[in-house]
Every structure is written in structure tokens, then in C-alpha cells.
Design a binder for this molecule. Sequence first.
Ligand SMILES: Cc1cc2nc3c(=O)[nH]c(=O)nc-3n(C[C@H](O)[C@H](O)[C@H](O)COP(=O)(O)OP(=O)(O)OC[C@H]3O[C@@H](n4cnc5c(N)ncnc54)[C@H](O)[C@@H]3O)c2cc1C
Ligand code: FES
Length: 248
Amino acid sequence: MKDHKGLIVNNIKLNDHYYLLSIKIDDDPKELGLAGQFYELKVKSSQRFRVPISIYDIHDNIVDFMIKDIGKATHELSLYKKNDSISVLGPLGKPFTEAINNQKCLLITGGVGYAPLNYFKNTFPHATITWFHGGANKDEVFPADRIYTNDGSEGIKGFVTLDLEQYLKENMVDRILTCGPRIMMKNIVQIALPYVKDIEVSLEEYMACGIGVCFGCAVKIKNGEDFLYKTVCKDGPIFQGSEVIWDE
Ligand SMILES: Cc1cc2nc3c(=O)[nH]c(=O)nc-3n(C[C@H](O)[C@H](O)[C@H](O)COP(=O)(O)OP(=O)(O)OC[C@H]3O[C@@H](n4cnc5c(N)ncnc54)[C@H](O)[C@@H]3O)c2cc1C
Ligand code: FES
């Protein structure tokens, strides 16, 4: 993990809420991060100063971030222009487990939870990947094998979990990887665990320091009959879904 001075090389509006921010970082491309890891991007407007954002893709020295404009900090990031400089801390956190050849991976994402799984898919082209993606409406969806919207404005009307159990009854899946709203991931784990033991979830809790010091992002993780606290920023954000205590 390093504090880099990044250079904005592109900031593309994808729709009214989403944009793709590309930042050039002068470091060995191999050191720029793995699928599931994230960076803390510095902003002036937020009291928190830094915003955690997942790696969406990496090519050469450029790290792409897919960002949803939902508040002060993410709006400020949307205003960055080509050639602006920005301080970025990372890569942070633990990545998804690597996919082995032909492993059957089912990706399930909601809204901006799409971002880290895009990099996973690009990193492991030899895995067999099926992708379900859901969102509130057509502005929240991106290319996937199955698309779900709550209002039916694109793809299948309903939640991304709508026919998950049926799919798992009919198809062999080695692993599930998921990122999105907490309630979505909780439901996925509940539905899928009888069929698939290996379910990696990417938690997106509020963060302060981002480096495991303040404990502001602590979550409860099962420990035998008991539980312990782990930090999303340092121990995560990737955890086994079966180990997370979802009802807190
Ligand atoms: C590991 C990690 C990876 C992330 N990756 C991405 C990414 O790739 N792209 C992206 O757009 N965002 C990502 N996020 C979320 C992003 O960090 C927040 O959206 C951002 O911090 C919001 O800041 P803000 O000042 O714009 O909004 P705020 O003013 O802080 O919040 C606006 C509204 O959103 C709600 N909110 C904000 N953050 C969260 C959260 N983490 N969980 C639930 N509700 C929240 C607030 O309650 C409020 O209602 C990630 C978060 C984590 C922890
Ligand atoms: S944000 Fe400080 S410990 Fe995770």
C-alpha cells in the first residue's frame, strides 16, 4: 500500500448517476492491485477526506474506477478533469481468491457492486463465468448474462435473487462471488449456501482510516460458537458469506 500522486487521464459519464474515472499511477503495473482490492481517493469536500473505491479495471499504469454519484465526496470526484492530479492510497484490503481454470463462477452484483467483479472477470478469462446483475432501474444495470431491475425498465422484473435457487438446482456452480447491498448479499448466502459452500462476499461498510487502525469498519465474524470483530478495510472487504454474522 502506497500513497500515490495520481493523474486523471479520463472521466467519462456513463449515465446520470455513474461515471468511470481513470487514474494513471506511476508504479509497477503488477503492484497496482488485484480483483477485490480498493483505493482510498482523496477529496477536499468530505469530512472523511478519503473515499474507498474498488478497482474496476487496470491496464498498463491506469486504474479505472466505476463510481456512483451519491453524496458530497462521490460528486466531487465526478468533477475531476483530465490532467488534474489526485492523491490515491492503495491498493488496500484482501482480494478475491484466484479462480482456477474452468472453475464455474457465478457472479451476482447489485448496482455499483458491479465494479470489483468486472476486474475479477477480466483477471481470470479462463474461468467459466456467469453473471447476474440487478439494480433499481435501467440506469443501474451494466452488461451481464442476466439483468434484473426492480421496476422492469430493463431485463427481468424483480430482484437479482428472483430465480437464483432454480438456477442452482439446474446448474453446477463451484463458487459464488457477490458485491452489492448488504441485504442482497445476506439473501444470496441464505438461498445459495445449501448448494454452494464457497460464497465470497465483498462488504462495503462505512470507513474512516481505511488501514485497520480506527476500527470504524468492524464487522462480526463467526469464531466457533462465538464471534470476533474483523475490519472490512484490512481483513476484508472479501469474506466467506457463511462466516459473516448478518443480523447485527
Ligand atoms: C471497500 C469499498 C469499496 C467501494 N467501492 C465503490 C466503488 O467501486 N464505486 C462506488 O461508487 N462506491 C464504492 N464504495 C462506496 C463509496 O465509498 C461510498 O459511496 C462513498 O464513500 C459515499 O461518499 P459520499 O460523500 O459521496 O456520500 P455520503 O454523503 O457519505 O452518503 C450519501 C448517502 O449514501 C449512503 N452511503 C454512503 N456510503 C455508504 C455505504 N458504504 N454503505 C451504505 N450506504 C452508504 C449514506 O447513508 C447517504 O444516505 C465502496 C465502499 C467500500 C467500503
Ligand atoms: S476504516 Fe479504520 S479500521 Fe477500517
